[in-house]
Structures are given as structure tokens and as C-alpha cells.
Ligand binder design. Structure first.
Ligand SMILES: *[C@@H]1O[C@H](CO)[C@@H](O)[C@H](O)[C@H]1NC(C)=O
Ligand SMILES: *[C@@H]1O[C@H](CO)[C@@H](O)[C@H](O)[C@H]1NC(C)=O
Ligand SMILES: *[C@@H]1O[C@H](CO)[C@@H](O)[C@H](O)[C@H]1NC(C)=O
Length: 333
């Protein structure tokens, strides 16, 4: 009897020890993580595996909890699901604050009636496919090329892919900082005074800071003027998207955005001021769903993220500061 009790105690101690050195996850959790790893081509060593599994499981719980609640948008697993928000912010977002504000913009509104919905992807061949910035805080360059690609196509009928890397490597004199951030309005200024931007093929993307390799022969798209929309004038943004072209804007990404999947994003976590914006994107249209007006936005996190690379965000409330610093270029064609 005494011996059996002793063995049982030893076994129990061994089990307690075992579960401390190897974190315990359910088979289902490990299965889910392994399928995700397979889908996203991830390989880790053993320590990293358990570290990432823990973060993944926490993210998954947050996603499931959100999706059980009553929200206008759903969340889902994506390529960021093994990262904490702190890691995500460091690799993919702009450092704050950016010099984002145009107290007096130069967009002239038509003050007309606007169609209920607009989508430049359906108006013609005006929007290039969603791109992927990789591990570099270069969202501002993708917002910039996306906008210049579209305004040039609207003016000429010719849609071409333009170079983000040139902006990463060369636009420093206009307060841009390569993989460490910048703003579309400042990048448009650079393109205007630099006399042009190369094509994607002419100056390919590396997702790393490099030395400037631009020379005038590479220039393929040009900016005649930069139009800034007055700070917090979301109606000005609507006027521009309805009547002219897609518009570059910046806003604040908070942890609830990282796993956006579908529906109209809206948040109580984010701020609406100019000093907290940390991501730049491109509004390519707008509409309304179940009484909630939204913007249709092209992101630069690949097509596996969100709605095939796009997201919808609530319109009309300066949600997350999205009207803090919007701009677009007038192309020189
Ligand atoms: C903001 O503008 C000031 C003055 O031009 C400049 O020194 C500073 O580096 C800018 N900040 C960023 C984040 O670009
Ligand atoms: C638009 O914004 C850019 C970058 O902040 C600035 O350099 C430029 O002067 C502004 N343009 C106008 C017309 O206000
Ligand atoms: C920002 O949000 C606050 C609180 O909801 C609101 O009172 C304020 O008007 C908003 N400011 C802007 C510029 O949108």
C-alpha cells in the first residue's frame, strides 16, 4: 500500500514537472496550428514552435470571441496569426507621429450630388492588383503607387505597375524614411520634384532599405501637382473619390484590425487624431451596407489578408483618423 502510494506520488510529481517544461495544448489546438503553419509555409525549431503556438492560440481565442459577439465585421486567421500586436506593429506599421495634417487643403469640392456607391475597380481597368509590402514599414509607398497608378490610368487609359522601391530608397528629402515610414502626400511631392517614378519592373521591390538607383531614363509616371484634402474633411474625400479618382489616406491600426476578415470595420480602440495614424492605404470606392456607410480600401498585405487584400471601414465618422491626411496627385501626362 505504502509503496503504491509512493509510486503514485512520484508519478504525479513527474507529470507536474512534464507539463511545466512542455506547455500543454489540446490536440485540436496543435492540429489547427499545424494546418496554419502548412498553409503559410512556416517552420520553427522546438522552442519557437511552442512560443508561436501560444501566441497563435491566444489570437485564435480572440478571433473566436469577437466572431461570437455582435459586430459589423468578422475576424479570421491570416499570415499574422503567430505574431503579437507589438511584433506586428514593429514590422508592418509606421512609427508615430508622422507629419500628417493639412490645415488648409487644396482639393476643390464640386458640392454636387454623389452617387450612393462607387467602385473604381468596376469603372474600368483603373486599379492594379493588391501587392504585398513584406516586413518593411513601406505601406506609404504602396498607397502612393496605387493612387498614381489609378490617376494615370484614368487620364491615359493605360494601367501600369509603379515602383515602391524607388520611394523607399530615394524620397528621404521629403520627410520619408524608407522602411521606417513616410506619407503619400510627401511621396507625391518627391515624385513631382524628382521628375518621375519608375515602373515596378524598372525598379523592383526588395522590401529593404537601399541606396537610390533612380536615373531619369527610368521615369514612367509623373506628377503635375499634389492635392491635399483638408484635415478631417471626410466629405472632401467623398467628393474626390466620387468625381475624380481613388484617394490615399492614413489611419490608426489597433490590435482589433490585424485579423480583419470581412464586413465593415469600426473600432472603439483607435484614436481619430493626426498624431496617431500608423498605416497608409488607398480608398478605391465607397458604399453602404445595412445602413452603415463604408469606404472600400486597397491594402498592401497581399491577397490572403482581409477581403482578398481589401477591407471596408466605416465612413462618415473620421473612423481611426482616416480623414486626417488624405491626398492624391494630378498626373502629368
Ligand atoms: C516632421 O517634420 C519635421 C520638420 O520638417 C522633421 O524634422 C521631422 O523629421 C518630420 N517627422 C517625420 C516623422 O517625418
Ligand atoms: C501637401 O502636403 C505636402 C506634404 O505634407 C506638402 O509638402 C505640400 O505643401 C502640401 N500642398 C499644398 C498645396 O498645401
Ligand atoms: C474624435 O472623437 C471624439 C470622441 O468621439 C469626438 O468628440 C471628436 O469630434 C472626434 N474628432 C474628430 C476630428 O473627428
Amino acid at each position: 500500500m505504502a509503496i503504491t502510494g509512493g509510486v503514485a506520488t512520484l508519478l504525479l510529481l513527474a507529470l507536474v514537472h512534464f507539463s511545466h517544461s512542455f506547455p500543454s495544448f489540446s490536440l485540436e489546438e496543435e492540429f489547427e496550428f499545424k494546418s496554419w503553419m502548412y498553409q503559410h509555409d512556416r517552420v520553427y525549431d522546438l522552442d519557437e514552435y511552442y512560443h508561436r503556438l501560444r501566441i497563435f492560440t491566444e489570437n485564435k481565442k480572440r478571433i473566436d470571441f469577437h466572431n461570437e459577439g455582435n459586430h459589423k465585421f468578422t475576424m479570421g486567421l491570416n499570415q499574422f496569426s503567430d505574431m503579437t500586436f507589438a511584433e506586428f506593429r514593429k514590422s508592418f506599421l509606421l512609427t508615430e507621429p508622422q507629419n500628417c495634417s493639412a490645415t488648409k487643403g487644396n482639393h476643390i469640392s464640386s458640392k454636387g450630388q454623389y452617387p450612393d456607391a462607387m467602385d473604381w475597380r468596376e469603372k474600368g481597368n483603373y486599379v492594379t492588383p493588391v501587392k504585398n509590402q513584406g516586413h518593411c514599414g513601406s505601406c506609404w509607398t504602396f498607397s502612393t503607387t496605387g493612387c498614381l497608378e489609378s490617376v494615370t490610368a484614368i487620364a491615359t487609359g493605360k494601367l501600369m505597375l509603379l515602383s515602391e522601391q524607388q520611394l523607399v530608397d530615394c524620397a528621404q528629402a521629403f520627410n520619408n524614411h524608407g522602411c521606417f515610414g513616410g506619407l503619400p502626400s510627401q511621396a507625391f511631392e518627391y515624385i513631382k520634384y524628382n521628375n518621375g517614378l519608375a515602373t515596378e519592373e524598372g525598379y523592383p521591390y526588395t522590401a529593404r532599405d537601399g541606396t537610390c538607383k533612380f536615373h531619369p531614363d527610368l521615369a514612367a509616371a509623373f506628377v503635375k501637382d499634389v492635392v491635399n484634402i483638408t484635415m478631417f474633411d471626410e466629405m472632401g474625400m467623398l467628393d474626390a473619390v466620387a468625381n475624380r479618382n481613388p484617394v490615399s489616406f492614413a489611419y490608426q491600426v489597433t490590435p482589433d484590425f490585424m485579423h480583419y476578415k470581412d464586413g465593415v470595420y469600426s473600432s472603439k480602440m483607435c484614436h481619430n487624431t493626426t498624431d496617431t495614424v500608423n498605416h497608409a492605404v488607398l480608398a478605391v470606392g465607397y458604399g453602404e451596407e445595412n445602413g452603415t456607410p463604408y469606404w472600400i480600401v486597397k491594402n498592401s498585405w497581399g491577397t490572403m489578408w482581409g477581403k482578398e487584400g481589401y477591407f471596408l471601414i466605416e465612413r462618415g465618422k473620421n473612423m481611426c483618423g482616416l480623414a486626417a491626411c488624405a491626398s492624391y496627385p494630378i498626373p502629368l501626362v
